[in-house]
Design a protein. Structure first.
Length: 217
């Protein structure tokens, strides 16, 4: 079993130009969403999936390469953006649609009768967000699709829920700092988030495969 976290930590320094470009590209895509559809609405969530997810797919493919011992760099990032943007749409639209439906349920909430649909949609969006971090890696690097992609991502969340929760916590802290201290801090967040998401995904997957192999010996 290989722990990819040390590689991710070292890359925070060695891949500084890459992390800077990741921040600029991701924040630019999200800024376009804010300009076109400000606020948290079903439309803005779907637009985020359409604009941010293709960028994130290229970012993830690059950080996967870094943590798995391959090459990184800005040139590879640009190549991966072109290669994987369609895969990003495939992955990003799933949590995007789930989140949009949850927001629709929230706006329609009118009493106890809507409590169950609202609770179900709330649980669904939590699972969709947590699984999406691994789903991007499993799609662009492992080549999984459809049901096998999302079942594998769910299995990784069940195997090590602290990994996606930690990534979400990192993203939330960066967002809070960016909105309360200085907006420039937001540019620093996407790169480390992507690195740690990739490291957590492949470390957890390696542990799962080792456990599966041990059980079948």
């Amino acid at each position: 079993m290989t722990d990819h976290l040390p590689v991710a930590l070292r890359s925070l320094w060695h891949e500084l130009p890459l992390l800077a470009v990741i921040g600029v590209l991701t924040c630019t895509a999200y800024a376009a969403v804010v300009v076109l559809m400000p606020g948290v609405t079903p439309g803005s969530v779907l637009l985020s999936a359409l604009l941010v997810a293709p960028v994130w797919a290229g970012v993830t493919a690059t950080t996967d390469s870094v943590v798995l011992g391959g090459r990184g760099g800005v040139l590879l990032l640009l190549q991966n953006l072109k290669r994987h943007w369609r895969a990003g749409l495939e992955v990003g639209l799933v949590p995007g649609v789930v989140a949009a439906l949850a927001l629709v349920n929230w706006t329609l909430y009118s009493g106890p009768l809507m409590a169950l649909p609202l609770a179900v949609s709330g649980c669904a969006i939590v699972l969709a967000v947590l699984t999406s971090f691994s789903a991007f890696s499993l799609r662009v690097t492992a080549g999984l699709r459809g049901k096998s992609l999302w079942l594998t991502a769910l299995a990784l969340v069940a195997r090590a829920p602290a990994v996606p929760l930690g990534v979400v916590a990192l993203a939330v802290v960066a967002l809070l700092l960016g909105t309360s201290v200085t907006a420039s801090l937001l540019l620093l967040a996407p790169g480390p988030v992507a690195l740690f998401a990739s490291a957590g995904t492949w470390t957890t997957l390696g542990r799962s495969e080792n456990m599966h192999g041990a059980l079948h010996r």
